[in-house]
Design a protein around this ligand. Structure first.
Ligand code: GLU
Length: 312
Protein backbone atom coordinates (compact mmCIF):
# COMPACT_ATOMS: atom_id res chain seq x y z
CA UNK A 1 0.00 0.00 0.00
CA UNK A 2 1.29 3.46 -0.85
CA UNK A 3 1.89 5.64 2.20
CA UNK A 4 -0.25 8.76 2.20
CA UNK A 5 -0.75 11.51 4.74
CA UNK A 6 -3.49 10.19 6.96
CA UNK A 7 -4.65 11.32 10.39
CA UNK A 8 -7.65 9.65 11.97
CA UNK A 9 -9.22 10.01 15.38
CA UNK A 10 -11.55 8.48 17.91
CA UNK A 11 -13.67 11.08 19.68
CA UNK A 12 -15.80 9.64 22.49
CA UNK A 13 -17.99 11.70 24.79
CA UNK A 14 -17.19 10.74 28.40
CA UNK A 15 -20.75 9.79 29.28
CA UNK A 16 -19.70 6.36 30.58
CA UNK A 17 -17.26 3.52 29.93
CA UNK A 18 -16.85 2.06 26.44
CA UNK A 19 -19.17 -0.78 25.41
CA UNK A 20 -18.99 -3.18 22.50
CA UNK A 21 -20.54 -0.66 20.08
CA UNK A 22 -17.91 1.94 20.90
CA UNK A 23 -15.15 -0.66 20.52
CA UNK A 24 -16.40 -1.40 17.00
CA UNK A 25 -16.11 2.29 16.08
CA UNK A 26 -12.76 2.77 17.77
CA UNK A 27 -11.35 -0.35 16.11
CA UNK A 28 -12.60 0.64 12.65
CA UNK A 29 -11.03 4.10 12.83
CA UNK A 30 -7.82 2.66 14.34
CA UNK A 31 -7.45 -0.01 11.65
CA UNK A 32 -8.31 2.33 8.80
CA UNK A 33 -5.60 4.70 10.06
CA UNK A 34 -2.96 2.05 10.70
CA UNK A 35 -3.62 0.21 7.44
CA UNK A 36 -2.86 3.53 5.70
CA UNK A 37 0.26 4.08 7.82
CA UNK A 38 -1.56 6.95 9.45
CA UNK A 39 -1.68 8.61 12.83
CA UNK A 40 -4.58 7.92 15.18
CA UNK A 41 -5.58 10.49 17.79
CA UNK A 42 -7.81 10.37 20.85
CA UNK A 43 -10.07 13.33 21.57
CA UNK A 44 -12.33 13.44 24.61
CA UNK A 45 -15.48 15.39 23.76
CA UNK A 46 -16.24 16.74 27.20
CA UNK A 47 -18.18 19.85 26.28
CA UNK A 48 -21.51 18.80 27.77
CA UNK A 49 -20.98 18.63 31.56
CA UNK A 50 -24.61 17.68 32.37
CA UNK A 51 -24.15 14.43 30.38
CA UNK A 52 -20.70 13.55 31.69
CA UNK A 53 -19.88 10.80 34.15
CA UNK A 54 -17.08 11.53 36.56
CA UNK A 55 -13.99 9.43 35.78
CA UNK A 56 -15.31 8.19 32.41
CA UNK A 57 -12.53 9.83 30.37
CA UNK A 58 -9.86 7.97 32.35
CA UNK A 59 -11.81 4.71 32.10
CA UNK A 60 -12.11 5.09 28.32
CA UNK A 61 -8.35 5.67 27.98
CA UNK A 62 -7.63 2.57 30.12
CA UNK A 63 -10.05 0.44 28.12
CA UNK A 64 -8.50 1.49 24.80
CA UNK A 65 -5.04 0.75 26.13
CA UNK A 66 -6.12 -2.65 27.40
CA UNK A 67 -7.41 -3.48 23.91
CA UNK A 68 -4.12 -2.49 22.27
CA UNK A 69 -5.64 0.61 20.68
CA UNK A 70 -2.78 2.98 21.45
CA UNK A 71 -3.22 6.53 20.22
CA UNK A 72 -0.52 8.94 19.06
CA UNK A 73 0.42 12.05 21.02
CA UNK A 74 -1.49 13.69 23.83
CA UNK A 75 -5.21 13.29 24.45
CA UNK A 76 -7.10 16.42 23.41
CA UNK A 77 -9.88 17.58 25.77
CA UNK A 78 -12.56 19.75 24.22
CA UNK A 79 -13.37 21.34 27.57
CA UNK A 80 -10.09 23.27 27.28
CA UNK A 81 -10.79 24.68 23.85
CA UNK A 82 -13.69 27.06 24.33
CA UNK A 83 -11.71 30.00 22.97
CA UNK A 84 -11.36 28.28 19.60
CA UNK A 85 -15.07 27.52 19.37
CA UNK A 86 -15.90 31.12 20.29
CA UNK A 87 -13.55 32.39 17.56
CA UNK A 88 -15.13 30.14 14.97
CA UNK A 89 -18.61 31.26 16.03
CA UNK A 90 -17.67 34.91 15.67
CA UNK A 91 -16.12 34.28 12.28
CA UNK A 92 -19.34 32.70 11.08
CA UNK A 93 -21.30 35.57 12.60
CA UNK A 94 -19.19 38.00 10.59
CA UNK A 95 -20.49 36.32 7.43
CA UNK A 96 -24.04 37.13 8.53
CA UNK A 97 -25.03 33.46 8.70
CA UNK A 98 -25.90 33.19 12.39
CA UNK A 99 -29.03 34.18 14.25
CA UNK A 100 -30.41 34.00 17.78
CA UNK A 101 -33.30 31.64 18.33
CA UNK A 102 -35.75 31.32 21.20
CA UNK A 103 -38.21 28.89 19.66
CA UNK A 104 -39.80 26.64 22.27
CA UNK A 105 -39.08 22.94 22.32
CA UNK A 106 -42.69 22.23 21.47
CA UNK A 107 -42.49 24.38 18.43
CA UNK A 108 -39.27 22.71 17.29
CA UNK A 109 -40.69 19.26 17.82
CA UNK A 110 -43.40 19.64 15.22
CA UNK A 111 -43.45 16.27 13.49
CA UNK A 112 -41.82 15.93 10.11
CA UNK A 113 -40.76 19.56 9.82
CA UNK A 114 -37.48 21.28 9.11
CA UNK A 115 -36.63 24.34 11.12
CA UNK A 116 -38.87 26.96 9.56
CA UNK A 117 -36.57 29.95 9.92
CA UNK A 118 -38.86 31.78 12.35
CA UNK A 119 -36.00 33.57 14.10
CA UNK A 120 -33.81 34.28 11.08
CA UNK A 121 -34.47 38.00 11.31
CA UNK A 122 -32.55 38.13 14.63
CA UNK A 123 -29.11 38.14 13.03
CA UNK A 124 -26.13 37.79 15.33
CA UNK A 125 -23.64 40.54 14.77
CA UNK A 126 -20.18 40.23 16.23
CA UNK A 127 -20.79 40.01 19.98
CA UNK A 128 -20.67 36.75 21.92
CA UNK A 129 -24.16 35.73 23.05
CA UNK A 130 -23.08 32.91 25.41
CA UNK A 131 -25.73 31.90 27.95
CA UNK A 132 -28.15 34.66 27.01
CA UNK A 133 -31.10 32.28 26.89
CA UNK A 134 -31.03 32.25 23.08
CA UNK A 135 -29.50 29.48 21.04
CA UNK A 136 -27.36 30.39 18.04
CA UNK A 137 -28.34 28.77 14.76
CA UNK A 138 -26.75 28.85 11.36
CA UNK A 139 -28.84 29.61 8.30
CA UNK A 140 -28.79 26.80 5.77
CA UNK A 141 -31.31 28.16 3.29
CA UNK A 142 -28.59 29.38 0.91
CA UNK A 143 -26.24 26.46 1.53
CA UNK A 144 -25.13 24.73 -1.65
CA UNK A 145 -25.87 21.02 -2.12
CA UNK A 146 -23.37 19.04 -0.13
CA UNK A 147 -21.91 16.16 -2.09
CA UNK A 148 -20.30 13.54 0.01
CA UNK A 149 -18.76 10.17 -0.66
CA UNK A 150 -18.58 7.66 2.15
CA UNK A 151 -15.20 5.94 2.00
CA UNK A 152 -16.50 2.76 3.63
CA UNK A 153 -19.74 2.51 1.72
CA UNK A 154 -18.20 3.68 -1.52
CA UNK A 155 -21.37 5.66 -2.26
CA UNK A 156 -22.03 9.30 -2.87
CA UNK A 157 -25.00 11.27 -1.59
CA UNK A 158 -26.08 14.77 -2.44
CA UNK A 159 -27.65 16.55 0.50
CA UNK A 160 -29.61 19.74 0.67
CA UNK A 161 -29.19 20.97 4.23
CA UNK A 162 -32.30 23.11 4.02
CA UNK A 163 -34.30 19.88 3.58
CA UNK A 164 -32.21 17.87 6.05
CA UNK A 165 -33.40 19.46 9.28
CA UNK A 166 -32.59 22.99 8.20
CA UNK A 167 -30.85 25.63 10.30
CA UNK A 168 -28.99 23.94 13.14
CA UNK A 169 -27.65 24.95 16.53
CA UNK A 170 -24.03 25.97 17.09
CA UNK A 171 -24.40 27.29 20.60
CA UNK A 172 -27.05 26.08 22.97
CA UNK A 173 -29.34 28.24 24.97
CA UNK A 174 -27.46 27.32 28.16
CA UNK A 175 -24.31 28.78 26.58
CA UNK A 176 -22.62 25.43 25.81
CA UNK A 177 -21.07 25.02 22.39
CA UNK A 178 -22.84 22.44 20.26
CA UNK A 179 -21.27 19.19 19.14
CA UNK A 180 -21.41 20.17 15.45
CA UNK A 181 -19.27 23.27 15.90
CA UNK A 182 -16.73 21.75 18.29
CA UNK A 183 -16.18 18.65 16.14
CA UNK A 184 -15.75 20.62 12.94
CA UNK A 185 -13.29 23.06 14.54
CA UNK A 186 -11.24 20.30 16.16
CA UNK A 187 -11.15 18.04 13.13
CA UNK A 188 -9.61 20.96 11.26
CA UNK A 189 -7.31 22.01 14.11
CA UNK A 190 -5.98 18.45 14.44
CA UNK A 191 -5.53 18.11 10.67
CA UNK A 192 -7.83 15.11 10.58
CA UNK A 193 -7.91 13.71 7.06
CA UNK A 194 -10.30 10.78 7.72
CA UNK A 195 -13.26 10.58 10.07
CA UNK A 196 -14.45 7.01 10.62
CA UNK A 197 -17.39 6.84 13.03
CA UNK A 198 -20.81 5.32 13.63
CA UNK A 199 -23.58 5.43 11.06
CA UNK A 200 -25.77 7.13 13.66
CA UNK A 201 -23.76 10.30 13.00
CA UNK A 202 -24.44 10.24 9.26
CA UNK A 203 -26.77 13.20 9.37
CA UNK A 204 -24.10 15.25 11.15
CA UNK A 205 -21.59 14.81 8.35
CA UNK A 206 -23.05 17.27 5.81
CA UNK A 207 -23.51 19.83 8.58
CA UNK A 208 -19.88 19.59 9.60
CA UNK A 209 -18.78 19.74 5.97
CA UNK A 210 -20.84 22.89 5.54
CA UNK A 211 -19.33 24.51 8.65
CA UNK A 212 -15.79 23.67 7.58
CA UNK A 213 -16.38 25.17 4.15
CA UNK A 214 -17.86 28.33 5.60
CA UNK A 215 -14.85 28.61 7.92
CA UNK A 216 -12.45 28.06 5.02
CA UNK A 217 -11.04 24.97 6.73
CA UNK A 218 -10.13 21.65 5.10
CA UNK A 219 -12.86 19.04 4.89
CA UNK A 220 -11.88 15.45 5.79
CA UNK A 221 -13.00 12.25 4.12
CA UNK A 222 -15.81 10.51 6.04
CA UNK A 223 -16.73 6.86 6.51
CA UNK A 224 -19.54 5.41 8.60
CA UNK A 225 -19.58 2.08 10.37
CA UNK A 226 -22.74 0.02 10.98
CA UNK A 227 -24.14 0.64 14.43
CA UNK A 228 -24.40 -2.28 16.85
CA UNK A 229 -27.97 -2.83 18.04
CA UNK A 230 -29.21 -4.58 21.15
CA UNK A 231 -31.78 -7.39 21.19
CA UNK A 232 -34.59 -4.81 21.14
CA UNK A 233 -33.13 -3.21 18.00
CA UNK A 234 -31.89 -0.10 19.80
CA UNK A 235 -28.38 1.28 19.36
CA UNK A 236 -26.08 -0.11 22.04
CA UNK A 237 -25.47 2.87 24.25
CA UNK A 238 -24.55 3.93 27.70
CA UNK A 239 -28.10 5.26 28.11
CA UNK A 240 -29.49 1.81 27.27
CA UNK A 241 -27.14 0.24 29.83
CA UNK A 242 -24.92 -1.61 27.39
CA UNK A 243 -22.44 -3.62 29.47
CA UNK A 244 -19.04 -2.00 29.80
CA UNK A 245 -16.08 -3.60 28.03
CA UNK A 246 -14.12 -5.87 30.31
CA UNK A 247 -10.37 -5.53 29.68
CA UNK A 248 -9.92 -9.16 30.82
CA UNK A 249 -11.82 -10.21 27.69
CA UNK A 250 -9.87 -7.87 25.40
CA UNK A 251 -8.82 -10.48 22.82
CA UNK A 252 -12.30 -11.95 22.68
CA UNK A 253 -13.86 -8.48 22.38
CA UNK A 254 -11.52 -7.63 19.52
CA UNK A 255 -12.26 -10.89 17.74
CA UNK A 256 -16.00 -10.22 17.97
CA UNK A 257 -15.55 -6.62 16.85
CA UNK A 258 -13.55 -7.74 13.81
CA UNK A 259 -16.26 -10.22 12.95
CA UNK A 260 -18.90 -7.49 13.31
CA UNK A 261 -16.84 -5.35 10.93
CA UNK A 262 -16.97 -8.12 8.32
CA UNK A 263 -13.22 -8.71 8.51
CA UNK A 264 -13.60 -12.45 8.82
CA UNK A 265 -10.73 -13.22 11.19
CA UNK A 266 -9.49 -16.82 10.87
CA UNK A 267 -10.82 -19.36 13.35
CA UNK A 268 -7.31 -19.97 14.73
CA UNK A 269 -7.09 -16.29 15.68
CA UNK A 270 -9.83 -16.84 18.24
CA UNK A 271 -7.09 -17.76 20.73
CA UNK A 272 -4.51 -15.24 19.56
CA UNK A 273 -3.11 -12.42 21.71
CA UNK A 274 -4.34 -8.86 21.16
CA UNK A 275 -1.04 -7.95 19.46
CA UNK A 276 -1.36 -10.85 17.03
CA UNK A 277 -5.01 -10.11 16.36
CA UNK A 278 -4.39 -6.42 15.69
CA UNK A 279 -1.38 -7.28 13.51
CA UNK A 280 -3.54 -9.61 11.43
CA UNK A 281 -6.37 -7.09 11.29
CA UNK A 282 -4.18 -4.22 10.19
CA UNK A 283 -2.68 -6.29 7.42
CA UNK A 284 -6.03 -7.58 6.17
CA UNK A 285 -8.19 -4.48 6.79
CA UNK A 286 -10.84 -4.28 4.07
CA UNK A 287 -13.09 -1.24 3.76
CA UNK A 288 -15.30 -3.10 1.29
CA UNK A 289 -15.98 -5.87 3.80
CA UNK A 290 -17.45 -3.53 6.40
CA UNK A 291 -20.85 -3.12 4.74
CA UNK A 292 -20.73 -6.26 2.62
CA UNK A 293 -24.10 -8.00 2.78
CA UNK A 294 -25.71 -5.17 4.74
CA UNK A 295 -28.10 -2.62 3.32
CA UNK A 296 -27.28 0.80 4.73
CA UNK A 297 -29.54 2.70 2.37
CA UNK A 298 -27.46 5.84 2.43
CA UNK A 299 -29.80 8.17 0.66
CA UNK A 300 -31.05 11.64 1.20
CA UNK A 301 -33.99 10.24 3.09
CA UNK A 302 -31.62 8.64 5.60
CA UNK A 303 -30.09 11.99 6.19
CA UNK A 304 -33.33 13.90 6.15
CA UNK A 305 -34.47 12.08 9.23
CA UNK A 306 -35.82 15.30 10.71
CA UNK A 307 -33.83 15.01 13.86
CA UNK A 308 -32.29 18.39 14.00
CA UNK A 309 -32.85 18.44 17.75
CA UNK A 310 -31.03 15.15 18.27
CA UNK A 311 -27.32 15.87 18.34
CA UNK A 312 -26.51 19.49 19.01
N1 GLU B 1 -18.43 12.45 20.61
C1 GLU B 1 -19.33 11.82 19.70
C2 GLU B 1 -20.01 10.65 20.36
O1 GLU B 1 -19.43 10.06 21.26
C3 GLU B 1 -18.66 11.29 18.44
C4 GLU B 1 -18.10 12.36 17.63
C5 GLU B 1 -17.55 11.97 16.28
O2 GLU B 1 -16.98 10.88 16.12
O3 GLU B 1 -17.65 12.81 15.41
O4 GLU B 1 -21.09 10.31 19.94
Amino acid sequence: MVAEAYTGRFAPSPTGPLHFGSLVTALASFLDARAHHGRWLLRIEDIDPPREVHGAAATIARQLDAHGLHWDGEILYQSRREALYRDALLRLAASGLLFLCDCSRDRLRRPGGNYDGACRHRILTGSDPGGSGFSVRIRTSDAPEILFTDCLLGRTASINLGDAGGDFVLRRRDGLFAYQLAVAVDDAAQNITHVVRGHDLLESTPRQMFLLRELGMPVPIYGHVPVVLDAAGRKLSKQNHAPELDPRDAADNLYRALTWLGQNPPQEAANASITELLGWARQHWSRQAVWHGRAPNITESTITSRQYGKKV
